[in-house]
Design a protein around this ligand. Sequence first.
Ligand code: SF4
Length: 221
Amino acid sequence: MDLIINEIFYSLQGETTTAGFPSLFIRLAGCNLNCSYCDTVYSRDSSSGKKMSIKDIIVTASSYKYIHHITITGGEPLMQDNSIFLMDDLIAAGYNIQLETNGSFSLKNVPARVKKIVDVKTPSCGNGKSFLMENLNYLNSTDELKFVILDTEDYNFSVDFIKKNIHSKNLVINFSPVTDNISEASLAAMIINDNLPVRLNLQLHKILWPKGEPGSHQEIR
Ligand code: SF4
C-alpha cells in the first residue's frame, strides 16, 4: 500500500497546543486547495513527492531514535485514502499521531486515537467555503480547530463561525495571525477585548528560524 510523500524530517512542532514538542513530520504530497498564504507551496502538487509503501514509511520513522510524536501533514494528507491506513499502522507501532488537515475532507475514518488539527479556511485564503460542516460531528475533546486570520473580515468570519457552530467548551480553537498583515499583539488585543474562548496560535518555528528551518526539510532517510 503506497503513499506519495513529499518529505520526512524531525523538528519541533510549531503550532497548536503541542507547540514546542519534538515531532517527526511526515508530509504527504498534493493539495486540493490553493491558499493565498500557503507556506508549503512546494508540497501542493502530487508530483512533488515520491511513492513510498506504508511499510517503508514505518521503517523510515523507526530509523529516527526516541520519537514519541509524529505529525502527519501536507499538502492535504486526507487527499490520499491510504493515509488512514498509515495512521492505523503508526498507532499500532506505538506512536502518538497528530493529523493536520485543511478541513475539506471527511474526518469520519480518521482513527479515534489521532489528534486532529482541523483548519476552517477563512475568506482571505480564497477557499473560505471549503470547510466540510459534517466534520464538526467527528471532533472530540483532544482535537483542535484552527482559523488563520489575515484581516478583519477573517476575524469576523471566524467569530461568527464559532458563535453559530461551536457548542463545546472543551474544543481548543486556535486563531493564527498572518503576521505580514496583522500583528500578534493586534490579534491578542482583539481576543481579549471580545472575550473570546480561543487560543492565540503563534508559529514557533518562524520565531526560532525566521530565515527557514535548519536543513529546510526533505530529509527522508
Ligand atoms: S490547505 Fe495547506 S497546503 Fe493546501 S494550499 Fe492551503 S495552506 Fe497550502
